[in-house]
Design a protein around this ligand. Structure first.
Ligand SMILES: Nc1ncnc2c1ncn2[C@@H]1O[C@H](COP(=O)(O)OP(=O)(O)OP(=O)(O)O)[C@@H](O)[C@H]1O
Ligand SMILES: [Mg+2]
Length: 374
């Protein structure tokens, strides 16, 4: 059984401060007002994901939403294109161009290119005159251990931040979906991103039980690519496999009349370009194993959850966030396998960025969540 959650509260512009109140402002809060209004300094909330990077600016919302990819010139090592502009080059690189995916499984895989990419988008996010470097809050993957967290902090500082605060991505995802209070009620959040699936039970804004597995959206796409190679002897690109995943997979439609799609690629026997028709049921079968791994991870976390919280989760259901949760019918599949209610967040792709931004905007309430890193 699945239901959709109410959307994240919509931001509305602050009303001007009445003159009477301005007179009561302390020098510190007066300076904060000046900074906020004149935008001398920015606060940025960042979700640096394996597949996508998002930047939220308080009072503006999400201002950057781009693939975590960039292209550079092989010889000069100068960046040539970022994000959406670099994406079409994946799998089509001319000899002099290199494509970089600097984030792998939710962590920094390439320090230099991560820094280049982040600096570029942080600059894009801040308009006009910038007198001070921004303060940054960034979601950290649960799979990140000390050294990986240090690398993340380093990259953000090198990219131009003056201060970095880390927030657990699962907590941010729950906050950004508008479901998290600070009470003891238990929530189970499953964030299925591009590189990792993070499963976490949260209570009183803290993580009680969790698990992170490197099986998420990108593994599903690669599985489709490998399946087409082995079964149809056709080499297709990641972008074609991604298209098949989004347009053809429908986990709800077992046993119903079949849909299919044509896909083009290099035939492995003849080395000629050719097309094959791929049926919906084939892809459902091909994805059985990675999807079972995701369900098993959720089951293992449930097994480690204290019984009182388990009762809350049974009452409220499981929350799905992350782009991977948009796979058609995945919410139904998880619900059937575990016999529990499952909700997909209203804006699953942006949940972590919205939650990080929300915590940053309401710092007085969420100070504990935003660990100061520098
Ligand atoms: N409609 C859709 N159907 C299926 N999958 C989708 C859909 N839209 C996006 N995705 C998948 O969502 C994934 C990206 O999601 P998201 O942006 O949440 O990941 P990320 O935050 O960059 O990764 P991570 O959190 O693992 O570091 C991609 O693998 C993409 O294929
Ligand atoms: Mg993510």
């Amino acid at each position: 059984m699945t239901t959709s959650l109410p959307p994240h509260p919509v931001w509305s512009p602050p009303s001007p401060v009445p003159t009477s109140q301005l007179l009561q402002l302390t020098p510190r809060s007066w300076w904060k007002q000046v900074q906020r209004r004149a935008r001398l300094s920015y606060d940025l909330a960042i979700d640096l994901g394996t597949s996508n990077l998002r930047i939220y600016v308080p009072e503006q919302g999400i201002v950057v939403e781009e693939p975590s990819v960039l292209a550079s010139d092989k010889e000069s090592q100068q960046p040539l294109a970022y994000g959406t502009e670099a994406l079409p080059l994946v799998g089509r690189t001319p000899l002099h161009v290199q494509v970089h995916h600097p984030i792998r499984n939710g962590n920094i895989a390439d320090l230099d290119w991560s820094e280049q990419m982040l600096r570029h988008w942080m600059e894009q996010a801040q308009e006009g005159l910038k007198l001070f470097r921004p303060r940054v809050a960034i979601g950290a993957s649960m799979s990140a251990v000390g050294i990986e967290r240090d690398a993340l902090i380093d990259v953000v500082l090198q990219a131009g931040a003056r201060e970095v605060r880390l927030i657990d991505q699962s907590v941010a995802a729950a906050l950004g979906s508008g479901v998290l209070g600070d009470g003891p009620m238990g929530h189970l959040v499953v964030d299925i991103g591009g590189g990792t699936t993070d499963v976490a039970v949260i209570s009183m804004l803290g993580i009680v039980a969790s698990e992170s597995i490197p099986i998420a959206g990108e593994v599903l796409t690669k599985t489709i690519q490998q399946y087409i190679r082995h079964t149809h002897r056709l080499e297709i690109g990641m972008l074609s496999a991604e298209r098949l995943k989004r347009r053809l997979v429908d986990l709800e439609s077992r046993g119903e009349p079949q849909a299919g799609l044509e896909v083009g690629g290099l035939h492995l026997g003849s080395d000629n370009f050719s097309h094959v028709r791929v049926e919906q049921s084939e892809l459902q079968d091909a994805l059985t194993q990675p999807l079972a791994s995701i369900v098993s991870a959720i089951r293992r976390v449930l097994e480690r959850t204290p019984v009182e919280l388990l009762v809350d989760i049974c009452d409220r259901g499981i929350l799905l966030t992350g782009g991977g949760s948009l796979l058609t019918g995945l919410d139904q599949l998880i619900s059937q396998e575990l016999g529990m209610l499952v909700h997909r967040a209203a804006d699953p792709l942006n949940a972590v960025a919205l939650g990080t931004g929300y915590a940053l905007e309401h710092q007085q309430n969420y100070e504990r969540l935003l660990t100061v890193a520098a």
